[in-house]
Write a new protein. Sequence first.
Length: 82
Amino acid sequence: MHEVIRAETAKTGVRTTLISPGPVDTDIWDAVKPDEKPGFTKRKDMMRAEDVAEAVVFAVTRPERVAITEIRLLPTIYSPRG
């Protein structure tokens, strides 16, 4: 979907960036309790919201000649399941 939007807006001056974060330590994990389940990234190892925010700021502050089309963020210690 992102590629379609990027193609449709390419000549309008609108730039799009797909930000794909891995696990971020937010309240959404409260019900999952990843620290108690094998195969999940532990909360202490998850990224923080400010890590994702920094990626967004990076993408939107590039010069007009630069298109950051995708950023994938993962914690240093990461379990693919969560």
